[in-house]
Ligand binder design. Structure first.
Ligand SMILES: [Zn+2]
Ligand SMILES: [Zn+2]
Length: 389
């Protein structure tokens, strides 16, 4: 089959590779019909995430048709059309039972690698390094899905792939980011970063009752989408003093909640070296949390800072004193995708939201290398690339 493979820093290639096989009675094999490139795939592309190996199959946003199920699978059968969460969860452990799906204790066979860096490991992830389980991703013609009874959501007739594909990651991720803001009616929410997750955070904040969302970026196409599709007020950080502007727009108080949908992506240095030295716990900065610093600084007293943006390791010069002085609440982490699949699918069915608005580029799987480059460089006002095998 054809598959998008990591070939080194700034290098992805589409190769012919062996098709996946059922390895466990709880597995299913999915024939991919649509997949996408995620902002966090760029961290792999840029070489920020350690423990990638040449030939690893990328991709954690995918959907398709079930073509084979293991002998223990009860909820799926051949021909079912499904979207698959990017986090892999067992459904049985302490964490899964509390809806903390991305903290599943049973799905990362390489947990010891992540434990060196984080103390404890999160769940396994599709296509996201050996440290996170070494699972082949879904930017391919076929993928093996472990715990097939637990994750995949069946898609009803009448919804096309592009409407439901983003249930795999970015819609739940943006939604959880907004939910973590504890929004009350009348609230103002500021969102740093108008990439795909930022766009869904904006929409979700309104769906959850925010009175006003203020979107911050410097890419004109992204700000335009935030305004036109999301209904956000927009600020370009190249032109505005963000702190003063936010203060002015909120009657001198600051936003009730601030969402950092940027993470380490914009700037940063390689965490490979830190990973190697993690055991000796050198407290060196690895990520450049510029958006996070600004969010903490701008947030009103007693407000919430919600962080869906991905961070890798150690953060330097985070204004913790400001956070303490203002009594801020912090919420963050990998999305508990499983928890959101059904409720958000219902919202799509009801017509409350059509997630396909975020797509700017449609390419064939074979054109994935161009897709990565265009997305990385934000060329051609690129916000979201979907790939068709
Ligand atoms: Zn993602
Ligand atoms: Zn579990």
């Amino acid at each position: 089959m054809r598959a998008v493979c990591w070939n080194g820093k700034f290098d992805v290639k589409v190769y012919d590779v062996p098709e996946p096989k059922i390895l466990n009675p709880h597995d299913a094999i999915i024939r991919i019909t649509t997949t996408a490139i995620c902002g966090s795939d760029l961290h792999l592309y840029d070489g920020y995430i350690p423990t990638m190996e040449k030939g690893d199959i990328l991709g954690h946003e995918f959907m398709g048709e079930v073509v084979e199920v293991g002998s223990a699978v009860r909820n799926l059968s051949n021909g079912d059309r499904v979207v698959v969460p990017f986090t892999i969860a067992c459904g049985q452990c302490f964490f899964c039972k509390q809806q903390l799906w991305s903290a599943c204790d049973n799905t990362n066979p390489n947990a010891s690698m992540a434990e060196k860096l984080y103390g404890f490991s999160g769940s396994g992830l599709f296509g996201y390094s050996h440290m996170m389980g070494g699972y082949a991703g879904g930017q391919a013609e076929y993928v093996r899905v472990p715990f097939a009874d637990v994750g995949p959501a069946k898609i009803p007739e009448g919804l096309d792939d592009e409407q439901v594909l983003f249930l795999s990651d970015i819609f739940p991720t943006g939604y959880m980011a907004a939910e973590n803001c504890n929004i009350r009616s009348g609230d103002t929410v500021a969102v740093w970063g108008c990439g795909p997750v930022g766009q869904f955070a904006i929409k979700s904040a309104y769906l959850l009752g925010a009175e006003r969302v203020i979107a911050i970026d410097n890419a004109p196409g992204r700000l335009r989408m935030a305004a036109e599709q999301g209904g956000a007020a927009t600020l370009n950080f190249d032109d505005e003093d963000i702190f003063n502007k936010l203060k002015e727009m909120t009657g001198g108080l600051g936003p009730d909640a601030c969402i950092d949908a940027v993470g380490l992506e914009a700037h940063g240095t390689s965490i490979d070296a830190i990973y190697d030295r993690a055991k000796t716990a050198l407290f060196l900065g690895t990520d450049r949390p510029h958006a996070l610093r600004q969010a903490i600084h701008a947030c009103r007293k007693g407000g919430t800072v919600s962080i869906p943006g991905v961070y890798g390791a150690f953060l330097d010069k985070v204004p913790f004193g400001a956070a303490f002085a203002k009594g801020l609440t912090f919420k963050m982490g990998q999305t508990h995708v499983h928890k959101y699949m059904k409720p958000l699918l219902s919202m799509i069915e009801n017509g409350d939201i059509d997630p396909s608005f975020v797509i700017t580029h449609r390419l064939s799987l074979d054109d994935a290398p161009t897709g990565y480059e265009t997305f990385k460089n934000k060329e051609d006002a690129c916000i979201k690339v979907v790939l068709k095998p």
